[in-house]
Design a protein around this ligand. Structure first.
Ligand code: DNO
Length: 356
């Protein structure tokens, strides 16, 4: 297992590589070139520039989160082949630069959403939260506005400004796309990229829908054990895996995250894990919490044990932290709470391992 942290390059992060290097046990970062629009090829020069920066700080760059999938591929438009070719070129360049694992998602239009990016919780810290009833009252414009206004002038991953212009049109497009048709588009993509991933020795881990509940009547892709099974069976390969995001899946009380971890780790299809805890406030609503089991509703011990029992040997990163100790930064991605999370999770990992 390698513990890593998400880091945003090009001066777009309040957290420095030097700080990350000093978190005990953290060996690398998950990063991406957020300024390259989805569908364009990531050049070797750009990839090597960020890799060198990471390596010079004493860290590894073995994980990319994400190579975004162009919406035309998701929509199954004729231009999809050109964008898939570009995607594969990016994969090849990344593999040549030593990348081993790619996290991506196939969610239509919206990557992730929270109704409040700074909810004060009991201990005085600020956490991100979600209310489904509230989300359902929003128009696309008000949702986008709230994410932009709440983001402290940081670009939120999945909310890159290049996306805004076409979101409304894309949402309208999907109103006529059935879940089955959408899965055909996923299969087309996987049939093209997974053989390339096999050739380049790259593990792919699809990120679950976040939150796992439908918004704007968009198709849902990966939000429970059955849909993960379905997604992974579209193109059966060890390279076609899951990014097990405990907070995304765990937002639905009906998901047994440890059982999901066990099933897919046993198949060797969990290359990457996002560990985060959530506190449910209703059937659909939650706020994020600190990582320890006692702070939220997920049993981190059970999840880590399930991963270990089933041979998991991939990357873990502490996911979204709260804002604590007055830190100002990109929602979910400050330094302090994620550093606490990393050391807690490493302790749990070690205890679990030694008690085997
Ligand atoms: C949000 C993240 C997501 C995730 C993508 C992966 O904080 O978890 O943006 O990186 O869905 O493709």
């Amino acid at each position: 297992m390698k513990m890593i942290l998400r880091w945003f390059p090009n001066g777009d992060d309040t957290v420095t590589l030097e700080q990350i290097r000093q978190i005990p046990g953290v060996s690398g970062v998950a990063t991406f070139l957020s300024d390259i629009p989805a569908g364009d090829v990531w050049s070797m020069d750009r990839i090597l520039a960020v890799k060198n920066e990471v390596n010079e700080a004493g860290l590894e760059m073995e994980v990319i989160e994400s190579i975004n999938v162009h919406e035309d591929i998701k929509k199954g438009l004729p231009t999809k082949d050109m964008y898939i070719d570009n995607y594969i070129k990016t994969m090849k360049n990344l593999a040549d630069a030593g990348v081993k694992c790619v996290c991506y998602n196939f969610m239509p239009v919206l990557d992730w959403y929270r109704s409040d990016l700074y909810l004060p919780i009991e201990d005085g810290s600020l956490a991100m939260s979600y209310s489904h009833d509230f989300a359902k009252t929003l128009t696309l414009e008000s949702m986008t506005e709230s994410m932009i206004n709440g983001s402290n002038n940081f670009t939120l991953p999945g909310w890159e400004p290049e996306r805004f212009g076409k979101m409304a049109e894309d949402i309208a497009f999907y109103q006529n796309v059935s879940q089955d048709e959408y899965f055909k588009n996923i299969k087309y993509f996987l049939d093209a990229i997974i053989p390339a991933a096999e050739e380049f020795d790259l593990d792919f881990g699809v990120h679950p829908d976040d939150p796992p509940f439908p918004l704007f009547n968009l198709p849902k892709v990966v939000n429970n054990q059955d849909s993960i099974r379905k997604y992974l069976s579209l193109h059966d390969s060890k390279r076609n895996g899951l990014t097990l995001c405990t907070g995304s899946l765990g937002a639905n009380k009906n998901n047994d995250v440890a059982s999901i971890a066990a099933e897919f780790a046993a198949e060797g299809k969990v290359p990457f894990v996002h560990l985060r805890n959530v506190k449910h406030t209703s059937e659909t609503d939650f706020h994020e919490s600190a990582h320890p089991s006692e702070c939220g509703d997920l049993d981190m011990y059970a999840i880590i044990k399930a991963l270990q029992d089933n041979g998991f040997d991939g990357y873990i990163r502490p996911d979204h932290g709260r804002m604590i100790w007055g830190e100002k930064g990109r929602p979910g991605y400050g330094l302090y709470d994620r550093a606490l999370g990393a050391t807690y999770l490493e302790g749990l990992w070690e205890a679990c391992k030694k008690s085997r």
